[in-house]
Design a protein around this ligand. Structure first.
Ligand code: SF4
Ligand code: SF4
Length: 227
């Protein structure tokens, strides 16, 4: 029979577990709520804008056609060019869905970086797992790699800035076999965008790197402006 002390310990652990579960489900709820708010706002805003734009367009077409200023053939020709311009503007505005471009099949990706991460982790603390990047359609469809609900489909980050899939004690990737292409291809010794190391021996991190990362994340993860 268990002593009173052991029973108290079990009850204590159970209460720790339920507090942890509550904290996890609250975090999950908050992330989901952010994503839903994003979707609802976008849908509502898009519908309003579409209705308004359609009303103007139809009214204008009717007036111009009635006055004999345009023909329907001319209209369709011109519409094609305008549509292409608008799509380009939309893509550059940050409102569209973000995907890797170009995309590669991650399971047959041949340009994996040759970096001995294990010997550097004490120093770099997997700082590259704080970088912002978009997932591929393959990542999203597979449903293993988590994306940021409020900025689809960027990799999901936790509040400490790290990717949600990073084990914070070992600095190892918890989804290593399924990690996205940017994780496979990143070479911190030779990279045009991210200057990770202060020296060629990889003994010191570039002192400006953390600022650079936090600015990049701020810009990338800010919700798109819909007004
Ligand atoms: S790629 Fe470089 S920065 Fe990233 S974990 Fe490996 S050694 Fe560290
Ligand atoms: S998926 Fe893995 S390797 Fe890629 S950023 Fe996240 S923790 Fe790092």
């Amino acid at each position: 029979m268990k002593s009173n002390l052991s029973i108290l310990k079990i009850l204590d652990n159970a209460s720790d577990d339920s507090e942890k579960n509550l904290e996890d489900s609250t975090q999950l709820y908050n992330r989901l709520a952010q994503g839903l708010i994003y979707s609802h706002t976008r849908i509502n805003d898009n519908t309003k804008r579409s209705l308004e734009a359609s009303s103007f367009a139809y009214a204008l077409i009717e007036i111009l056609a009635e006055k004999g200023i345009i023909t329907i053939e001319e209209l369709y020709d011109r519409k094609k060019g305008v549509a292409e311009r608008l799509i380009e503007r939309f893509t550059g505005s940050g409102l569209g869905l973000l995907f890797q471009n170009p995309e590669f099949d991650k399971y047959s990706f041949e340009q994996e970086a040759d970096v001995d991460c294990q010997s550097c982790l004490d120093t770099c603390k997997a700082v590259c797992c704080k970088f912002p990047f978009a997932l591929s359609r393959q990542d999203v469809d597979e449903g293993i790699i988590r994306w940021e609900f409020k900025k689809p489909y960027l990799i999901a980050h936790d509040s400490d800035g790290y990717c949600v899939h990073l084990d914070r004690e070992t600095y190892h990737c918890s989804v290593h076999d399924h990690r996205p292409v940017p994780c496979r291809g990143f070479d911190c010794k030779n990279n045009d965008r991210w200057n990770v190391w202060h020296d060629d021996n990889q003994s010191h991190i570039n002192p400006k790197l953390h600022d650079q990362i936090s600015q990049a994340n701020k810009a990338a993860y800010s919700p798109a402006i819909t007004e």
